[in-house]
Design a protein around this ligand. Structure first.
Ligand code: SAM
Length: 272
């Protein structure tokens, strides 16, 4: 089932899709509904949508959530969104860059969910921005590149700095796959929907956040190097590093991608 074709909507307003802003518009209503369902959006929820575009996902969110706050960077799309949603009482349209929005100012102390088909060129930056915010979301359901979804939901053996930076806050699941043809214009790659459920007792809260990221970043600095050698970038002596590794039972000859989030937390606490 398809909604109005994005090309027709854009033509009506004399606008063309901008590749540089990651503009690939979803128009398969079934997929859009599956995204909303994956976030279990109900009338109790306040939702942040990143990049509403021409409003296909926004329409479903407005119909199911208590409130929707939609942040769109492209000023050419604002008139389309205003025409479509100007009368809806539960939407706030913001013209701006998501990376400059402070969720504490948008939602105060109300809990919120993020539901979005994100612009792929800033997926990592969006995750970093929202997960490190003082007021974090409870849940994120995001359409991302399929390859990125695989990296985010990877397990020890294949973990990356990106995966650890997200999994330390909660559980990551890949919940759907979307073919490129479901978008217009189609992106060069297939996409997937991921759900990140943040946990109040996530591993990161058992350590110091700044120290944790310093240790993990050092550990991943050079992919081919053993962990004990990468950790030499920290302002610690070789014996201090080796002793810490020994005390937490981590073999220093392992590679960073094999360590679980819990092992990184234990190591950070030992090195501090
Ligand atoms: N939500 C629509 C959909 O599902 O069809 C559009 C998704 S499209 C992949 C990404 C949207 O994010 C575009 O509308 C683009 O203009 C917008 N965007 C790009 N960079 C942005 C930024 N830094 N802040 C907010 N929106 C941005």
């Amino acid at each position: 089932m398809s909604g109005p074709h994005p090309k027709h909507v854009l033509d009506q307003y004399g606008v063309t899709a901008k590749k540089g802003l990651g503009q690939n518009f979803l128009f398969d209503e079934n997929i859009l509904q599956r995204i909303v369902d994956a976030a279990n959006v109900s009338r109790l929820d306040h939702v942040l949508e990143i990049g509403p575009g021409i409003g296909a996902l926004t329409r479903l969110l407005v119909n199911s959530a208590e409130t929707v706050t939609a942040v769109e960077l492209d000023d050419r799309l604002l008139p389309i969104l205003q025409t479509e949603f100007g009368d809806a009482p539960n939407i706030t349209l913001i013209h701006g860059d998501i990376l400059e929005q402070d969720p504490s100012l948008l939602f105060h102390d109300l809990p919120y969910k993020v539901v979005a088909n994100v612009p792929y060129y800033i997926t990592g930056a969006i995750l970093k921005h929202l997960l490190s915010a003082t007021h974090k979301p409870d849940l994120l359901v995001l359409t991302v590149q399929r390859e990125v979804a695989g990296r985010l939901s990877a397990e020890p053996g294949n973990l990356s700095l990106l995966a650890i930076s997200v999994q330390c806050y909660g559980v990551v699941e890949q919940v759907d796959v979307i073919r490129a043809g479901s978008f217009w214009p189609p992106p060069d790659v297939d996409s997937a929907v991921i759900r990140i459920t943040l946990q109040p007792d996530a591993p990161i809260y058992d350590t110091d956040e700044v120290a944790f990221f310093r240790v993990v970043r050092a550990g991943f600095a050079q992919k081919r190097k053993q962990l004990k050698n990468n950790l030499r970038a920290l302002p610690l002596s070789k014996p201090e590093i080796n002793q810490a590794l020994q005390r937490v039972g981590i073999d220093g000859s392992r590679r960073a991608e094999t360590l679980s989030v819990l092992e990184w937390v234990a190591l950070t606490n030992e090195l501090r």
